[in-house]
Design a protein around this ligand. Structure first.
Ligand code: ADP
Length: 728
């Protein structure tokens, strides 16, 4: 707008000066033309001593003044004579045919300058002939000046004789002296002496000046011409009387004063612009430039604001997604829920709030388990506030209400008045003011439709007011947090149960070991006594009790082993031993426990191996008893021995129920038993494979299992061939 205004003003300025320049030149040219016309006419008089009225008429007629020189009223000839010759001249002219010729008005002046001819002579012009110019002071003065300078001379402003009294039009005259010598005599005295008279022209100022600027179709510049200096008395012409009308209140935008010197006279011209000038000007465009600029800026502003809003919304929702995703990750990463909840509230202060807290219901109390503030300085204030103002489960709003109802609460705008209503004394009021709470949302922590607590998000930024969509995000977070709390609780519970079980097993197996061992001893003593006495039946019965006690012993040993593995105290006694022998002995001892299955041994191992013979045997017994136990409908169990350069392998193959692929890794876990319905009937504790795995692992070997559900299983172990440590 500024530049448009500047440029328009400059253009308008140029337009104004060029217009007044043109008017100046036109006026000066027109005056020049008229003077040339007078000079031409003076030539006529210089050429012949006596110019007849007819000759003058014909000459002027030819000039076609009205057409060619608009603004000029006519051309006259004045004869300059001493007053004493007035009568002679009158009678001379009357004799020439100018019968009405009369010099008037009467005067007593020594000199007389009557108009002899004036053409065109029609109408008012006719009353000019005979008028003695000498009798009127302005005309006299001008004529004197003309003689002195020898040049065409313009008069001051005068009323013209052609005008009636009503026509108050200013006029002026130009006189050109005519000398008897034909040329202008060099000195004023000579000029005075040789003066014949004057050729002159009267001008109506308005007519003349209107003809000058008539070329301007719709003048945009008004001008006032003053004879001499600017004053109302000197006003010759005011173009505003003829030009387009500007209201009186109109203030011209440009104004300038110039002068014109013509025929020894000075005109002052005052130029001002009018309304037409402004209409053509581009200045009216400036407000449009402003309005257009304003509109464009407005549209751009709205567009960029919309874009910014959309971007911000996208950012916020992206941020929310990150928050939800990150929360999920953090909560899933650990079962130490207090620590992870602390991380979540900290994240809450990054994404959603200035201040975030989690509270859980504990009996009739509400316990705060995590609190974070964007400004760590403020945490102690917030803690202090909570201490002074602990939530009461009976309260009808806030945390208590959410825990009771399980429904989220949103307080988009929190005013100081609302806060002060909750405080009890000046200290609390001071405290709560310093916390700058401006918007709050509280969402429930729920597991299985049970509300276990609440999560609070507080904004201290007056520009950040929570909305329903923020509540949705907060609920999402709270749901995840609640799940984490629940998982942690379940985990802690199961951890506790496992510990109880382990403690019990460890104590029980220890306590059982001694009585069972002594039971076994006494059984043997009793059996020997009975054998001696020939009590065969009783002895056999005692033998059966012995077998059961053996089973019990094994079980207790297994349990003891589990406890020892648990605390890393399973002991090993490594030695060189012959695996073939161990295998055949064990198979031999197992055979009596099954009538259905025949157990066969395939292959041998050439070299002795180094390890704990009993523990390796324990593994083999586990495999064999499982093979028998889990193949009730099969008839054979195969033991395969094999070796290569690096290792030896023992495999026990059965044709029993097999194991589903999905359980293959789990069966080596402590107390793990496949729980499919068809397996419920098999007795066991789920510790045999756990112990076996530990033993083989300890020997640097690997346990393998191949199985297909319903077709049977092959359990095996591979031991690296190894030399006795320390020996080459
Ligand atoms: P358990 O005392 O239950 O036999 P184990 O640790 O020896 O305990 O075995 C763990 C689980 O592995 C068993 O409950 C059983 O489901 C599965 N299992 C072990 N050996 C076999 C086998 N030879 N055939 C089928 N399932 C087996």
């Amino acid at each position: 707008m500024y530049f448009a205004g500047l440029e328009t003003r400059e253009n308008d300025g140029l337009r104004f000066t060029s217009t007044i320049e043109r008017i100046q030149v036109t006026i000066a040219n027109q005056l020049g033309t008229h003077i040339t016309l007078l000079e031409g006419t003076s030539g006529l008089f210089a050429a012949s001593d006596l110019v007849s009225i007819n000759e003058f008429q014909v000459y002027i007629d030819r000039l076609n003044l009205r057409r060619q020189y608009p603004g000029i009223h006519g051309i006259g000839y004045i004869e300059s004579i001493p007053s004493v010759q007035k009568e002679t001249l009158t009678s001379q002219l009357q004799a020439e045919g100018l019968t009405d010729f009369l010099i008037q008005p009467e005067s007593t002046l020594p000199q007389s300058n009557p108009v002899i001819y004036f053409e065109p002579s029609e109408g008012k012009n006719s009353r000019i002939v005979g008028y003695d110019m000498e009798t009127e002071p302005i005309r006299r003065k001008t004529m004197n000046e003309a003689v002195l300078s020898g040049k065409a001379t313009m008069s001051e402003k005068v009323p013209l004789l052609q005008m009636t009294e009503e026509e108050d039009q200013a006029g002026f005259l130009i006189f050109l002296p005519v000398f008897s010598t034909g040329i202008v005599p060099p000195t004023p005295a000579e000029r005075q002496e040789n003066l014949l008279g004057f050729i002159y022209s009267p001008f109506h100022a308005d007519d003349f000046l209107r003809s000058v600027v008539g070329a301007e179709k719709s003048p945009q510049v008004d001008f006032r011409v003053y004879d001499g200096d600017i004053s109302s008395g000197n006003l010759l012409h005011d173009s505003r009387n003829f030009g387009p009308y500007s209201p009186p209140s109109y203030a011209p935008r440009f104004q300038s004063v110039r002068r014109i010197n013509a025929a020894g006279h000075t005109w002052t011209i005052e130029y001002t612009t009018n309304q037409a000038f402004d209409t053509v000007s581009d200045i009216w465009l400036v407000p449009f430039v402003f309005i257009f600029g304003l509109l464009t800026s407005g549209v751009l502003f709205i567009l960029s604001k919309a874009q910014y809003e959309a971007g911000r919304k996208a950012e916020v929702s992206e941020g929310n997604l990150h928050f939800i995703a990150d929360t999920g990750k953090v909560l899933a990463s650990s079962l130490e829920y207090k620590k992870t909840i602390s991380t979540v509230v900290k994240m809450g202060t990054i994404y959603l709030a200035d201040w975030c807290a989690v509270e859980v219901k504990k009996g009739k109390e509400i316990e705060q388990i995590a609190l974070a503030h964007r400004d760590p300085e403020k945490i102690k204030w917030a803690k202090r506030y909570r201490k002074l103002n602990p939530p009461d489960l009976k309260e009808k709003n806030g945390i208590a209400q959410v825990i009771r109802t399980g429904k989220s609460e949103l307080y988009p705008v929190i005013t100081e008045k609302m806060l002060l209503a909750t405080v009890r004394d000046a200290e609390q009021a001071e405290l709560i003011r310093s916390l700058n709470i401006s918007s709050v949302m509280v969402v429930p922590l729920q597991t299985h439709n049970k509300t276990i607590g609440a999560m609070t998000f507080i904004s201290t930024n007056p520009k950040r007011r929570y909305t329903q969509s923020d509540v949705s995000v907060a609920e999402e977070i709270a749901q995840r947090a609640a799940m984490a709390i629940e998982h942690a609780r379940l985990y802690a519970e199961s951890e506790h149960a496992v510990k109880l079980r382990d403690d019990f097993i460890s104590v029980a197996s220890h306590e059982l070991k001694t009585p069972v061992t002594s039971m076994k001893m006494y059984l043997q003593v009793i059996r020997r006594q009975l054998d001696k006495k020939g009590e065969k039946e009783l002895s056999l019965a005692m033998g059966k009790i012995g077998t059961q006690v053996d089973k019990l012993t094994l079980l207790i040993q297994d349990l003891l082993n589990v406890s020892r593995i648990q605390i890393g105290r399973l002991d090993f006694h490594d030695e060189w031993f012959d695996l073939n022998g161990v295998v055949s002995d064990l198979v031999e001892s197992i055979r009596p426990t099954t009538r259905k299955h025949s157990i066969s041994i395939h292959g041998t191992v050439k070299k002795k191996i180094y390890g704990d013979k009993d523990r390796i045997g324990q593994v083999l017994i586990n495999f064999l008893t499982n093979a028998i136990k889990y193949s009730p409908d099969a008839h054979k169990v195969e033991v395969w021995l094999s070796e290569d350069k690096e290792s030896i392998t023992v495999q026990v193959k059965d044709y029993g129920i097999g194991i589903d692929e999905k359980y293959k890794d789990k069966i080596f876990n402590r107390f793990y038993r496949v729980s499919d319905s068809d397996e419920k009937t098999y007795p066991g504790l789920g510790i045999g494979l756990f112990i076996s795995h530990e033993i083989i692992h300890r020997h640097g070997g690997k346990v393998t299992v191949e199985s297909e559900k319903g077709k049977g299983s092959t359990f095996g172990f591979t031991l690296p061939k190894k030399k006795k440590p320390g020996k080459a």
